[in-house]
Design a protein around this ligand. Structure first.
Ligand code: NIG
Ligand code: FE
Length: 420
């Protein structure tokens, strides 16, 4: 018999979309369809139907044999889709954080062998079991904050063996976690110590050795490059993206976090699914993005933590662009994967309206990780990843009440998840 879950007494069901809409851009980002006093029916892990609640629902044949969850006047949202994280890592880096407080920049810390290279050493020394255990704890935590799908990058390996180790950990997480997980190969995250002064040789290693083995093992969905001042140039990025595309991996890149690096234009040229960070976005970059299928993705957690200039989100939306928001969960620039906080930051730092910020964290995030045909909205037939909030006064309360967990019940793949 089909397993059926009926959620009743929903104060507001938010994020309703038609199946054909894969993302929202410009003015449409401020539209968020809702139904007041609603029900939601889930069957075999998928959204089956929804609508305004009717009296004595149990009397209707379509609601027979349902497990009933009374939302108690809470609201229901599609789960967040966090399209950019580095959450497989060993240990934390709060020592550098103190350096940062004392005034060192992200680049200065990186030059001293801190930053990504520090995480790389520690990842090398950690076993796959240790990495899986640490990452699983992070996944379990983000579930409690409402995430239902997450992209995870490699990029702390920086040699073939350790990059594969990270990707194997991601594969294990896919098997044991109820979250939908997508994997990205980020060999070009930084130049490792032993290739200092020989960056071109490291790029060759990525292209000739890493990409072919990653692709042969079907270890990654996407290919990423940190295309920015002091990291990888647009020319190097092009070469790496071309090799990745040849091996079936769609680009999804780090760009314009530290400068007008040309990264956004390279991403668009190679039809990247997303270009991420974008603190340095000017008229030319906006022009390049308009009309493309590339999702501009902003990471307010990193901008907040590193005290960076803010991406011009308002200008981008007003120019007609879509925006996704993601956590960038990583030990160096954003040690949090709490998407409720990201929602608030989008609204507070980027002046996005609650509706825009919710679309950016749900449907547009789903697009940026290639899953918006199955996740990111309340749509009949989509996978039932939703959360029920505590009783809250309004939709705007979600971004407004930053820092508190507004979620009471999490449902992933139609199953109630025990939130610890
Ligand atoms: O997205 N910008 C590059 N990479 C990460 C930081 C990774 C780290 O510092 O460990 C980011 O912010
Ligand atoms: Fe990142």
């Amino acid at each position: 018999m089909a397993s059926r879950l009926l959620i009743t007494n929903i104060k507001k069901l938010a994020g309703i979309e038609t199946a054909d809409l894969l993302f929202k851009a410009g003015k449409a980002m401020s539209e968020l369809e809702t139904i007041d006093n609603a029900f939601l029916l889930i069957e075999d892990g998928k959204i089956k139907s929804f609508g305004p609640e009717i009296n004595n629902m149990a009397q209707y044949p379509e609601f027979e044999d349902c497990i009933v969850i009374n939302a108690g006047g809470g609201m229901v949202f599609p789960s967040f889709c966090d399209s950019h994280t580095h959450l497989v890592y060993a240990g934390s880096r709060e020592i550098e954080y103190i350096d940062k407080i004392k005034g060192l920049s992200y680049e200065e810390i990186a030059k001293r062998g801190g930053g990504i290279l520090n995480s790389s050493k520690r990842l090398h020394d950690a076993t796959e079991d240790e990495l899986t255990e640490q990452a699983l704890a992070r996944l379990n935590e983000i579930i409690t904050y409402g995430t239902g799908a997450v992209e995870i990058k490699s990029g702390y390996g920086l040699n073939t063996e350790d990059e594969l180790k990270m990707l194997r950990v991601i594969r294990r997480l896919q098997a044991i976690s109820p979250l939908t997980i997508r994997a990205t190969f980020l060999g070009a995250h930084a130049v490792p110590e032993e290739y200092k002064g020989k960056q071109d040789e490291y790029v060759d290693l990525i292209i000739n050795e890493m990409i072919p083995v990653v692709a042969a093992g079907h270890m990654a969905d996407f290919i990423d490059v940190f295309c920015d001042r002091g990291f990888f140039t647009p020319e190097e990025t092009e070469k790496i993206l071309m090799a990745g595309i040849k091996h079936g991996m769609k680009p999804k890149i780090h760009a314009n976090e530290l400068d007008y690096s040309g990264g956004i234009q390279v991403g668009v040229k190679y039809d990247a699914l997303s270009v991420d960070h974008l603190e340095y976005t000017g008229d030319e970059e906006i022009e390049a993005l308009l009309g493309s299928e590339t999702m501009p993705t902003l990471l307010p957690g990193a901008a907040f933590f590193l005290n960076m200039v803010h991406a011009p989100a308002r200008k981008m939306i007003d120019a007609g662009l879509p925006i996704a928001l993601a956590s960038d969960f990583n030990p160096g620039s954003s040690p949090s994967g709490n998407m409720q906080l990201i929602l608030s930051m989008g609204s507070i730092m980027f002046r996005m309206t609650p509706e825009e910020a919710i679309n950016a964290c749900t449907l547009n995030g789903a697009y940026a990780m290639g899953v918006s045909d199955e996740l990111g909205s309340i749509t009949v037939g989509k996978t039932a990843n939703v959360f029920i909030t505590k009783p809250i006064p309004s939709l705007a309360y979600m971004p407004y009440a930053f820092g508190s967990n507004k979620i009471e019940t999490v449902i992933l793949n139609g199953q109630v998840i025990q939130v610890r």
